[in-house]
Design a protein around this ligand. Structure first.
Ligand SMILES: [Zn+2]
Length: 188
């Protein structure tokens, strides 16, 4: 007899789908942290939830991608150090949610800057309704691959053509010396 997710939730006396998904989520995060292979993770979910039904693969895929994006975010944060701003650059074909959540004025425009803490505190969108999705460190939605970046210097400026933050014009000519003559500034 084929077991359904709903059947398992009843049978295993999970009080709700939320609790059931939390069991899955906890299993994956634990396994991901321990750097276990995908096969082990799926097996872990199956044992924790006693659910071997069809959508296990999809849930595992979403959770894994989320855990993967988190892993990258942590690495970026550790490298960049304190006090930096972070942003995501949704691909031109990204969904409207990612475009609204991460960009100031639609496709190609300057990204919205966040602190690492803000994105971290927004948690994960897994299990949230579409209207409640937030800008997060992980994936906004299943199959979201919008990459996270760090703005290295406060003075860096958004280059719309390059789609990245570049050093301010003044900073580029760091080798030049400015001399004030009267009310004029000479660059030597
Ligand atoms: Zn996305």
């Amino acid at each position: 007899m084929k077991r359904t997710t709903e059947g398992i939730i009843r049978e295993k006396a999970f009080s709700s789908r939320d609790e059931y998904e939390k069991v899955i989520s906890d299993s994956v995060k634990k396994a991901a942290l321990e750097r276990r292979v995908v096969k082990d993770i799926v097996s872990e979910i199956g044992h924790a939830s006693q659910d071997w039904s069809r959508d296990l693969g999809r849930i595992a895929e979403t959770e894994l991608q989320d855990a993967f994006e988190y892993g990258k975010a942590i690495a970026l944060y550790e490298e960049a150090g304190e006090g930096k701003k972070y942003y995501k650059t949704p691909f031109p074909g990204a969904c409207r949610h990612c475009i609204t959540l991460y960009l100031t004025r639609g496709v190609g425009s300057e990204p919205i800057l966040f602190t690492y803490q803000e994105l971290l505190e927004n948690g994960t969108n897994i299990g949230r309704k579409t209207k409640d999705w937030k800008a997060v460190l992980g994936t906004v939605h299943p199959f979201c691959r919008c990459p996270l970046h760090v703005k290295h210097k406060e003075t860096d400026e958004w280059d719309e053509k390059l789609q990245m933050y570049v050093p301010k014009e003044k900073e580029k000519s760091a080798g030049q010396i400015k001399i004030a003559v009267g009310d004029k500034i000479l660059v030597v």
